[in-house]
Design a protein around this ligand. Structure first.
Ligand code: AMP
Length: 263
């Protein structure tokens, strides 16, 4: 999470100093913010105990430790799922089928709380995926991103226990609100694009429908009967919107990134 966290601070305008390879702390040029680099697993405790004011870590780690912190902003990177999986040849088909079986995991707390049935936990500290092959457990609960590691180890997912990603946490949400707002403005902006196009006035209703629920800005053009339309749209929708906007008469279409989105 180190790299994407650094880029987030950079995009938020804080001006983090590039830390050396062995640096464990670095300051920011533009704001009175000192950044400490610690293991993601230690962040929930550091924040809970007031060692630092805010932390960036995975939702999975915050929930596993039941840290007494507020999850303020989901940051849009480090996405993964906590999944239960069994060897391909297992007769288990659903999470309920794990009842009474042995499950290896580095997430004993979440596994116990999120599995719908009681199981025998086998605590391991890593390489969870090989536990069934070693005869240590009948199933595993582990983080999955692409699913490649599961497949490589001959495992089949039974279901998702938790969706996780990087999150900004704080002990005092009011004190952290301005900082959280700065990061949220960047995270929200990254998920959107600013769309500009020209169109005949007659196409306005169709265009407004396409970019709904946001209301577009409409500006007159020097050419009679033509208008410029500007709208903020989800980045993930752009590929679908462009041909549709062309089809209803849109032309000179520009899609530009957004730097900040603040209310
Ligand atoms: P994949 O093969 O892409 O499903 O990745 C699975 C492996 O990467 C597992 O060993 C996970 O523990 C680890 N992993 C994937 N995503 C994350 C994440 N966001 N945070 C920490 N570990 C992860």
């Amino acid at each position: 999470m180190r790299e994407p966290s650094f880029h987030l601070l950079e995009d938020a305008g804080l001006g983090p100093e590039q830390p050396g390879d062995r640096a464990l702390a670095f300051p920011c040029r533009n704001a009175p913010v000192e950044v400490l680099l610690v293991r993601a697993a230690d962040v929930p405790e550091y924040v809970q105990d007031g060692v630092v004011d805010c932390g960036i870590t995975g939702i999975d780690l915050v929930r596993e430790r039941r840290a007494d912190v507020h999850e303020l902003v989901r940051l849009g990177f480090g996405s993964c799922r906590l999944e239960a999986a069994v060897p391909e040849e297992s007769d288990a088909r659903t999470l309920e089928d794990l009842a009474g079986r042995s499950v290896a995991t580095v997430y004993p707390g979440l596994t116990r709380r999120l599995l719908p049935v009681p199981v025998t936990l086998v605590d391991v500290t890593g390489s969870v995926e090989i536990a069934p092959r070693l005869g240590l457990a009948e199933a595993i609960v582990d983080l999955v991103s692409s699913g490649n590691t599961l497949r490589t180890n001959g495992l089949r997912s039974l279901g998702v226990l938790l969706e996780s990603e990087a999150v900004l946490v704080a002990r005092d949400s009011e004190q952290a609100a301005p900082f959280a707002g700065m990061l949220r403005a960047v995270v929200d902006a990254r998920r959107h694009r600013y769309l500009m196009l020209n169109a005949p006035e007659a196409a306005l209703d169709a265009i407004a429908d396409l970019v709904a629920p946001r209301v577009p800005s409409v500006l007159p053009l020097a050419e009679p009967g033509m208008v410029a339309v500007h709208a903020l749209v989800p980045a993930a929708d752009v590929w679908r919107l462009l041909p549709q906007l062309e089809a209803v008469g849109g032309s000179s279409i520009l899609v530009v990134p957004v730097e900040r989105m603040a209310s």
